[in-house]
Design a protein around this ligand. Structure first.
Ligand code: FAD
Ligand code: SIN
Length: 526
């Protein structure tokens, strides 16, 4: 079955929905989401959105903080562009109904997080993402030009390859004509033909055993674009959030926002020592890579399963008022954060690399845009400054919408694309063939390609992943489509890219730390 739409948007997080709202002014828009519309990384965002709102903050300070944390790999022109455009996009979010907390005097209650030299995080309590997602969903649902397909899974992007032509990574003029999409209820596949396709599929935290990301974050967009021969880069830089609640068996891991440290909470080891002072003069508010590595080292050296985040010295009413969601969740787990220290561990959180996208969100494939966490724009470099990703998503969604609505006029639908071929496939006899490989992939990545790496660990990871890859590809060829199998295939793809790019970097930088090359090759001057 074929369907046509001017703009095919894959993903219903902040990037996909804010793009959709703007594109709908220029043509028909279809938004796909593989789960319910709101189940996105966006919904789980706690800390907030970074933006320069008023003195003493300045664009220069935010730019500088972003570049320092990015450890020499940020594209400085992109950093400047995004940071200068962010306040405009914040105003737009507010005009769309997003509420940010104010202080009693009416000014914004700006929070501080690791690596920021000023208070500049706009937030709504500790559920900023949910506030943004809800506002966007209600607008998208009421827009007559937007059609929503939730519980539809994008399998692969359509290019000249589907017309029988050879497409390679060095082919010039590869174009995207839409996507094959699985209706998860009926098992049927729709061929969505589009003039413009936008991949806004978010992150890939589920590549690891412990992650703050919901189950939807399996790197599908990255893998689809890699298979379509698009350019992917910077994949070695996987960000681990230092403080997720230690609650074995819970998936995703519940995040304890960095804003809590910005509010005065401190990290302690199980003996009560404020160990961060031994690792960095900024203590608990050092940048995320440093804090996550320090916690990892402390846990490994001492043989402990977690460290503590201690906010018991803070005003208990204020703590409850600012962090109601964390208070409620911890209480449910038997921890009263006003009286008890919170056990925390690092968890895979964010991918700094991704689909290479230019200043308008264009990927290396024509008619195909990548925005939000799936994209590698050059903003984050080797490490992301806290709360810079919601900001990046809205800035690039806007730019991509402006650019693609002009481009769209040049394109027509590629009606010759054939429908999905189910021939020779049947249901896998045993689900364990998929679930076991899924778990193994997560274990390999967590144990060998996590916060600390080495040449030997990366080599072992690659060898083992290769076996899982072969088994999964064989299974895929003969199986009817299922979300779980497609996700496994995508995760393996993404894991391969992380390992290969990590192997090519013979130094430690930003989020990539290897025992074999513990130093940076070049130091960044600032
Ligand atoms: P997402 O919001 O993840 O949306 C992805 C969408 O793609 C989903 O709708 C999903 O269903 C869809 N999708 C994926 N694959 C497919 C497929 N194959 N077919 C169809 N649909 C598909 N950043 C900040 O700046 N500030 C914060 O305070 C902050 N806190 C965070 C807290 C947590 C717990 C987490 C996990 C992240 C946090 N981040 C924060 C990061 C930030 O939330 C994300 O980077 C951002 O929300 C990503 O938005 P997105 O639109 O790119 O993707
Ligand atoms: C947090 O609230 O600590 C997460 C912020 C982010 O990931 O940017």
């Amino acid at each position: 079955m074929k369907k046509k739409t001017d703009f095919l948007v894959i993903g219903s997080g902040v990037a996909g929905l804010s793009f959709a709202l703007k594109a709908a002014k220029h043509g028909t828009v279809t938004v796909l989401s593989k789960n319910d519309l709101e189940e996105t990384n966006t919904k789980y965002a706690q800390g907030g959105v970074a933006a320069v709102m008023s003195p003493p903050d300045s664009f220069e300070k935010h730019i500088r903080d972003t570049i320092i944390v990015g450890d020499g790999l940020c594209d400085e022109e992109i950093v400047e562009m995004v940071i200068r455009e962010a306040p405009e996009r914040i105003k737009e979010l507010i005009s769309w109904g997003v509420d940010f907390d104010h202080k009693k005097d009416g000014s914004y209650d700006l929070a501080k997080e690791g690596g920021h030299s000023e208070n500049r995080i706009l937030h709504y309590k500790d559920i900023t993402g949910q506030e943004i997602e809800n506002a966007l969903i209600s607008l998208v649902r009421s827009d007559p030009n937007i059609e929503i397909y939730d519980n539809y899974f994008a399998i692969d992007l359509l290019t000249q390859h589907h017309l029988g032509n050879l497409v390679t990574r060095s082919s010039f003029g590869t174009e995207c004509y839409g996507a094959y999409v699985l209706n998860m209820k009926s098992g049927g596949v729709i061929t969505f033909l589009s003039k413009i396709t936008v991949v806004a599929t978010g992150g890939m935290g589920n590549l690891y055993n412990t992650t703050t990301n919901p189950l939807v974050a399996t790197g599908d967009g990255l893998a689809m674009i890699y298979r379509a021969k698009g350019i992917i880069d910077n994949m070695e830089f996987v960000q681990f959030h230092p403080t997720s609640l230690y609650n074995p068996g819970e998936r995703p891991s519940f995040l304890i926002t960095e804003a809590l440290r910005g509010f005065g909470a401190v990290l302690r080891n199980i003996d009560g020592e404020k160990f961060m002072n031994r690792y960095d003069s900024r203590g608990s508010l050092a940048s995320r890579d440093i804090v996550a590595r320090a916690i990892d080292s402390e846990m490994k050296l001492r043989g402990d399963d977690f460290v503590y985040l201690d906010g018991t010295h803070l005003d208990s009413d204020e703590l409850k008022e600012h962090f109601p969601n964390i208070y409620k969740k911890c209480l449910k787990e038997g921890i009263d954060i006003t009286k008890d220290k919170i056990p925390v561990v690092p968890a895979a959180h964010y991918l700094c690399g991704g689909v290479k996208a230019d200043r308008n969100g264009r990927s290396s494939i024509n008619r195909l845009y990548a925005i939000g966490e799936v994209a590698y724009t050059g903003l984050h470099g080797a490490n992301r400054l806290a709360s810079n990703s919601l900001m990046e998503a809205v800035v690039f969604a806007h730019r991509a919408a402006m650019d693609s609505s002009e481009q769209m006029k040049k394109f027509t639908f590629k009606k010759e694309i054939p429908d999905w071929n189910f021939e020779g496939t049947k249901h896998p006899e045993e689900m364990v063939l998929i679930t076991q490989n899924y778990k193994e992939t997560q274990q390999i990545m967590s144990n060998y390609v996590g916060i600390v790496r080495s040449d030997l660990r990366l080599e072992r990871a690659l060898k083992r992943l290769e076996i899982i890859y072969q088994e999964t590809e064989e299974l895929y060829k003969k199986s009817t489509l299922s979300r779980k199998l497609c996700e496994l295939r995508n995760l393996i793809n993404v894991g391969y890219l992380v390992i290969k790019m990590a192997q090519s970097l013979h130094e430690s930088r930003g989020l990539h730390y290897t025992l074999d090359y513990p130093k940076k090759k070049r130091t960044t001057e600032f």
